[in-house]
Design a binder for this molecule. Structure first.
Ligand code: SAM
Length: 264
């Protein structure tokens, strides 16, 4: 998978060079490029923002640097801008934009639909993801509308709160998506019983020693009875989900008699 990120703080994304995602990049499972939006400006101050039309607090990110950055990612092709400066990207035209599958452009925004594990699974099958990290009050709406003609546009929120910028939100989504790409997590089985995988939260987990500060590991986990352990784990998942996230439980297909008894 190819991932491009555009930001005015490219160094924010350095954390993605660490741990499993960094290893996936080293192994060639992921191709990650981080672009500085200011490289697509032409004034002395590398201006990327201006005051909002209609008044109000804060600044708005200008459309043109975004269009140039996104065109650069598509291979330097102009996608309908008229400014001469687009030639500075220096790339020859590669008509990726004409390909049948448009790259997915994710625009982090608290005003977008909320990202979740289902969406992470869907995106993990994509060939090319692009993340456009907004700052200030966000990005001029015209470049968002324009990009829908050239990309599979996906505004996306990571939750009902407001961050200062899209970098952290992009990192959250990149990590959630890329760990689902085959080969990124060493043991694929560790993905199967995780929280949100099938609509339930994970069961409580323990490791050695079996007795710690007078707290014991549940006896059943030491029994070696795999069937009983599996049943115990499912029951704990049901209990925990009912207690912490009853909204998730309500979305599950109908529960059998035993499961219903556990959650009631
Ligand atoms: N004025 C915007 C609003 O009220 O919807 C908030 C702008 S926020 C201060 C700046 C940037 O942070 C956004 O453009 C977006 O990239 C990012 N951001 C903030 N909260 C986010 C969230 N919950 N999910 C995803 N991105 C978020």
């Amino acid at each position: 998978m190819k991932i491009d990120v555009v930001s005015i703080f490219p160094e924010y994304l350095a954390g993605l060079q660490l741990s499993l995602i960094g290893k996936a990049v080293d192994q060639g499972l992921l191709h990650m490029n981080v672009h500085d939006l200011r490289d697509f400006t032409f004034d002395r101050h590398n201006t990327v923002d201006d005051s909002p039309y209609g008044g109000g607090a804060g600044m708005v990110m200008k459309a043109e640097p975004w269009a140039l950055a996104l065109e650069h990612i598509l291979g330097g092709e102009s996608l309908g801008t008229t400014v001469d400066e687009q030639t500075v990207t220096g790339n020859s035209v590669d008509a990726e934009s004409d390909a049948a599958v448009k790259p997915i452009l994710i625009v982090p925004s608290p005003a977008g639909p909320v990202f979740n594990q289902r969406i992470a699974e869907e995106l993990s099958g994509a060939e090319h993801l692009i993340f456009a990290c907004g700052r200030y009050e966000g990005i001029d709406q015209r470049v968002i509308d324009w990009s829908a003609d050239h990309f599979d546009l996906r505004p996306m929120s990571i939750g009902d709160y407001v961050l200062n910028g899209g970098e952290v939100a992009s990192m959250v989504m990149i990590e959630a998506v890329s760990r689902l790409i085959p080969g990124v997590i060493g043991n694929p089985e560790s993905l199967t019983e995780e929280s949100h995988e099938d609509g339930l939260l994970e069961y409580p987990i323990y490791t050695k020693p079996s007795s710690w500060r007078d707290r014991e590991v549940p006896e059943i986990l030491l029994s070696g009875n795999h069937g009983a352990i599996a049943r115990w784990r499912r029951d704990r998942r049901l209990e925990r989900t009912a207690e912490v996230r009853p909204d998730l439980l309500a979305e599950l297909p109908s529960l059998d008699k035993h499961d219903r008894a556990v959650v009631e």
